[in-house]
Design a protein around this ligand. Structure first.
Ligand code: UD1
Ligand code: CA
Length: 474
């Protein structure tokens, strides 16, 4: 087996006590994606998945299941006794498996999710150039409280003497501005040779990985600090508030990217846009819109306020009026939807179709130019082209046990307040009279009426009132 130059370890075993949540910290989401998945995505830009070792412990099965699809390796840290202990467990795993050690180990934290591939590349380049035993990514945030501080040998030089955790800061170090990001590059053998010497004689009673810095220095090895270009990308997420700060930063970055590509977003700070969303130029996004998951929108479309659109593909020149909810659906060019339309999964809305207010669709295809403008439920239906679905039409698709299909041909006119009791097929060009309950197939070109005949009794009310008055006066 050849010795790989680089491997990556991601520390993700901690519980995240400060979150006060049942969910493991690294599975909390920002920008619509688990923290750990962000870190893995960055790691994969540096090495391939088989050289990425994720240290898991708290709720390890849940964490493993959530990220297994990335193809990375897992190392179990059943008891979480600190970041230094996480590395001890990794070392033991290498020894047990007999896998050859990578020359260098890039160590990432599962709760530092905004790290950019460019920054990881810079850390690893400087590490090699400086022939360092340890290279630490740092930043100078507005408020360094809570982070470990990097103490440099000289203010302007790259060399570090120690990392001191918040609770161990001496009075004269309290104002030290430069924080440890929890992201490092190590010469693997240098790191592994000091792990056994770590102790838990500190405020948290944990093995601190950060103590390795001073140990390497005392041995005459080089420990180097590299400051990140942007502070946000190295911020940790220890509390829900910190996480939401990162979430806002990430979503604003997504909005800015789209704006740079020609999308108009009014009040972008009010919109929630996931990082994988794509939008074409000249599309307008109004305030308070959420575009989630793998949503794609074409050009020249407009999404009005309060719409929540998830994993949906929208074409060009589409108008989505206020308050729509779309989930896992497809909308072709020139369609108009809403206000308050709901597309449940597998809805396919054809070119130029109209889906109006309080219309709900599910597993339904609506053909080109068809219209369902008001108050309908269209489920398990295939609707042809140029169909008019009158107000209040309901596909009765469920018999209490099974779901059934409604098929409506091209050019059909369904009068208002009709019930289409599935399974049922309506042929091309047929008309359904308003207020019908259709239980049988309707052939092409036919008119179907399915309602009780009206009975009108002239003068009935007047006569009834007169007889009631007579009875009262007796
Ligand atoms: C750590 C650093 C601190 C740095 C900060 C940056 C130490 C001792 N301190 O502090 O200098 O400023 O990160 O964000 O390293 N983990 C494990 N196993 C464990 C303990 C933790 O895998 O036994 C994982 C956690 O899941 C987390 C990461 O390691 O993803 C960091 O642990 P955390 O407890 O958050 O460390 P901090 O207190 O933030
Ligand atoms: Ca942390």
């Amino acid at each position: 087996m050849t010795t790989p130059d680089f491997a990556i370890a991601i520390m993700a075993a901690g519980k995240g006590t400060r979150l006060k949540s049942k969910r493991p910290k690294v599975l909390h989401e920002i920008g619509g994606r688990a923290l750990l998945l962000h870190v893995i995505a960055a790691a994969k830009t540096v090495v391939s998945a088989e050289h990425i070792y994720c240290i898991i412990g708290h709720e390890s099965d849940r964490v493993r299941t959530a990220v297994a699809h990335t193809g990375i390796q897992f190392v179990l840290q059943p008891e979480q006794r600190g970041t230094g202990h996480a590395m001890q467990v990794l070392k033991a795993d290498f020894e047990l498996s007999g896998a050859s050690l990578p020359k260098h180990l890039l160590v990432l934290s599962g709760d530092v999710p905004l790290i950019r591939p460019e920054t990881l590349a810079a850390v690893h380049d400087i590490h090699l150039r400086e022939r360092a035993a340890m290279t630490i990514l740092t930043a100078i945030p507005e408020n360094p409280t809570g982070y470990g501080r990097v103490i440099r040998a000289t203010p302007d030089g790259p060399y570090v003497t120690a990392i001191v955790e918040q609770k161990s800061l001496m009075p004269d170090q309290l104002s030290a501005p430069e924080i440890n990001s929890g992201i490092y590059c190590f010469e693997t053998r240098a790191l592994f040779s000091h792990l056994n010497a770590l102790d838990t004689d500190n405020a948290h009673g944990e093995f601190y990985l950060t103590d390795v810095a001073a140990m390497l220095v005392s041995e005459g090895k080089r420990v180097v600090a590299v400051q990140a270009d942007s502070v946000d990308e190295v911020l940790g997420a220890n509390t829900i508030a910190e996480m939401m700060h990162l979430d806002a930063a990430m979503r604003l970055a997504a909005a800015k990217r789209l704006m740079a590509e020609g999308v108009t977003i009014f009040r972008p700070e009010t919109c929630v846009i996931d990082s994988e969303v794509e939008v074409g130029p000249d599309t307008v996004i109004e305030p308070y819109v959420q575009l989630l998951g793998k949503t794609t929108i074409g050009s020249d479309s407009r999404i009005r306020s309060y719409s929540v659109i998830t994993n949906t593909t929208i074409g060009d020149n589409v108008t989505v009026l206020n308050g729509c909810i779309f989930d896992n659906s497809e909308i072709a060019n020139n369609a108009i939807l809403g206000p308050y339309a709901r597309l449940r999964p597998e809805s396919r809305i054809g070119e130029g179709a109209h889906i109006g207010n309080f219309v709900e669709t599910k597993k339904t295809t609506v053909g080109k130019g068809s219209k369902a403008n008001h108050l309908s439920y269209l489920g398990d239906a295939v609707i042809g082209e140029r169909v008019n679905i009158g107000a209040g039409t309901i596909t009765c698709n469920y018999d209490g046990v099974h779901k059934h299909r409604t098929t409506i041909g091209d050019g059909v006119f369904v009068g208002s307040d009709s019930n289409l009791v599935a399974p049922v097929t309506i042929g091309d060009g047929a008309y359904i009279a308003a207020g019908s309950s259709i239980t049988e197939d309707v052939p092409e070109g036919a008119l179907a009426l399915g309602r009780a005949r009206q009975v009108t009794k002239p003068g009935w009310v007047t006569a009834r009132k007169a007889s009631a008055n007579e009875r009262k006066s007796c």
